[in-house]
Design a binder for this molecule. Sequence first.
Ligand code: ZN
Length: 236
Amino acid sequence: MAELFEAIPKTVLAVYAHPDDADVACGGALARWRRQGSEVYVVLAAEGDKGTPDPALPPEELVARRAGEVQRAAAALGLDPPARLGYADGEVGDDPGLRARLVEWIRRIRPDVVLTHDPTAVFFGEDYYNHRDHRSLGFAVLDASSPAAALPHYFPAAGPPHQVKQVLLSGTLQPSVWVDIEDDVAAKVAAVACHASQFADGGSWVIQAVRRRAEEEGRRAGLTLAEGFRRLRLGG
Ligand SMILES: [Zn+2]
């Protein structure tokens, strides 16, 4: 029997690599929790500067365009604009510098639930393997959440320790909990559709794609529409 994630987190921190990743990965859950009263923060590591096949489009123009898309997408989910860490695409390294910044965020926001990429999900059939920024960031967020944020001798200048209770990993091959997004799929579709720079043909297919994915996860969970996550319980 599929396990549903029905708790309403007090504070949620979603950390994703690229401007559209959080909306695609967990936009429904974030909209749901915000609607239910959770504090929801989104942090984006990379700027999306290489997310185009068009060699004539200057990266700085693309970054500015995508920054606008991110703001509109957050508004569609009922959220404040995400914070941006400012890395270039392909250069999100799982190193102490990034982990220090993530620990700072965790100790400042003090989330009970952290969401990020599943860094162990590498190969998705024959069609796709996971972007290196997703893999690097996923491991960095895991290591920042535990043990680093919880123990005072890691990054002592980053604020008082905080124990994250649960991490939910998206883009996973091993989902273990599902969030019902039936009431929030419209917000998710609206948010994903804001990232027009990523859709060569204007993106009319995006609505169907988001719904189809939510239906697939819903079937696994015994729900109409869902998002699936791999859950790690870290303490408390
Ligand atoms: Zn991405």
